[in-house]
Design a protein around this ligand. Sequence first.
Ligand code: KG4
Ligand code: ZN
Length: 340
Amino acid sequence: MLVLGIETSCDECSAAVVRDGRHLLSMVTATQIEIHKPYMGVVPELASRTHVEWINGVAKKALADAGVSLDDIFGIAVTNRPGLSGSLLTGLSFAKGLAFASGKPFVAIDHMFGHIYAAHLENDIEYPYIGLLVSGGHTILAIIKGYEEMQVLGTTIDDAVGEAFDKVAKFYNLGYPGGVVIDKLSKLGDPNAFSFPHPSLHKGDHQYDISYSGLKTAVINQLDQFHNAGYEKSNENISAAFQKTAIDMLTKRLLLAIDNTGLKTVVTGGGVAANSYLRKSITDISEQKGVTVYNPSLKLCGDNGAMIAGLGYHYLKNNVKSGFETTAHSRIPMFRKAYP
Ligand code: KG4
Ligand code: ZN
């Protein structure tokens, strides 16, 4: 059963064909990096207008690369939440048009459930497990109970982790996209050049929650206070020390979740799951705690149509589809169950 997945929630224009929710036949991701680079951040109006221009070509190429035609597709899966409204509406309207013209079903998909599904495209993973969802818009630690069910343990109370990377990179003019550049610069820097504050864990219900505003302020406004004597104040050192602190804050909460839940599997997803220091830290945790860790391959960490097609299969095969009145939602409540 072939599903065409469409993903246009932010600045990546992506489509993919996936068989049986598992086998990736093709994926085309057209990136808008060069369009947003001059602004050092995604400009929503430019993003949606570019999706309007690109999405037909991207979807056509995904079908051609898979060696199939629209006739061979069982149904269409498309991201409709959360994300930039204009960007989401572009992909959603395109998917509706395809569904209407072809008479095939379509299903609207939650982007965050899509991200956590990415690792399922490459591995047999059993539920439940601990999910670490880290992107430009979200930072969620959760027990993932099924393809449409999660129990959120903790989340950020201010900036998302990817957003913190992007803001630090923008402030120091390090390059764009911020997360990728900081990851690269960090390899040449010394994380001990600065000792940034590590907010302590809350107690009780909020023990897994996280805040990046203090770290952001320290790195951007109070750099000198945390500069260790004898170290150079270079971009490489700022990057390495910031990255270590930002990621250690996540892994500290992950370790707590492993101890408290007793779950033996950890799955990551989202753009920041590509971070090399996070991947190394999680590998260390897997050895130290005897848990199995699944990180999606790099091409499946960021936004992509494959995760949407893969997840969409589970709805469509059960005859769960969306109606033509379906619209986009820029935000989602801190959901515990996702319905299309
Ligand atoms: O999942 P994604 O592509 O889009 C959203 O759903 O937000 O994630 C994008 C985020 C951006 O903040 C970007 O800077 C960050 O992921 N990112 C990284 C890395 N690659 C992308 N952050 C840290 N290290 C990376 N290697
Ligand atoms: Zn994303």
